[in-house]
Design a binder for this molecule. Sequence first.
Ligand code: UT7
Length: 334
Amino acid sequence: MAYAAFRSIGAYAPEKILTNEDLSQMVDTTDEWITKRTGIKERHIAAENETTSDMGVKAAKKAIERSGIDPAQIDMVVCATISPDYFCMPSTATIISNKLGLGNVTAFDISAACTGFVYILSIAKAFIESGMKKNVLIVGAEKLSAITDYTDRGTCILFGDGAGAAIISATEKKEEAIIDVHTGADGTYADLLMTPNGGTGSPHDSLTQEAGSCFMQMKGNETFKVAVRTLTKDVVDILKANNIESSDIKHFVPHQANYRIIKAVGDALGMKEEQVVLTVAKYGNTSGASIPMAINDIYESGELKAGELLLLDAFGGGLTWGSALVPFSPLLRF
Ligand code: UT7
């Protein structure tokens, strides 16, 4: 049987930085409020002509280079995004694979908001374990600044742009394999976090409204409570199902939405401070890109080493959620 190994990570954050101070000139807020309620200090914002696929390509190039795998061997590209280059088609994954010159590969996007990276990880794992694919490039990429209402202080302080990518490859070595991925969704909470207008579900005349039609809207406080509950349960379930203790986890990588959410979940799970990966202060919430950007940070700082066990934990619009137990298995070690 083929197993799926997490071979490499790469990420990209755009050059421009939007600070809390900058935001306090735009809406009625303060650095103190944002820092206290979210832990966010700044977020990166893509250039006007920089697309989601542009950022995805930059992250993917690093992941491919670090994987040691010949790009010609990549047979599938999956992109998680809620801010695609184009509304319906072509998919951002096809644009990324074309810009990378990957030729004839399977390519498609999925929409699972902030849980997107865990969803595409599960897809890569399933395709590889079934024997259908051998080397899958997964990309979480978001230009959330394009769907953020910068007059709404309840949301604009949270979101940022960026991308993260990973190569998942077939292996025969069980010790290299992704141990488990759990995913779930509950549409009864759909209205907590949504872009209400612009699709076929919105009133017809809203399509004629400009600008605000595709901005994100969020019931922040309700979302917060469900997030803490769901993220905690996700981890309890996946650890129990695999007979693994929280102390066995080297790096707990939760979706970076809000420091208070991460702290509450980490405390409920008995995670030590050094286990919890935190990047929310410098990137804000980058939705489907947040987890791979965080993994990339610990890779680039030298904290993530071959063989160490990552626990991913995500939650987002839909509502969707997911968790994953992932040993970091770069090719070069074995
Ligand atoms: O990634 C997907 C999942 N997303 C999340 O998990 C985000 C979850 N939610 C959150 O992170 C938090 O709910 C927020 C950071 C969005 C808001 O924090 P909160 O502690 O839940 O605040 P709140 O919405 O209960 O609002 C408290 C007060 C309100 O004023 P009043 O009614 O008490 O007078 C708000 O109007 O804070 C006010 N407020 C602000 N004040 C200054 C809301 N946003 C701001 C702001 N600056 N930016």
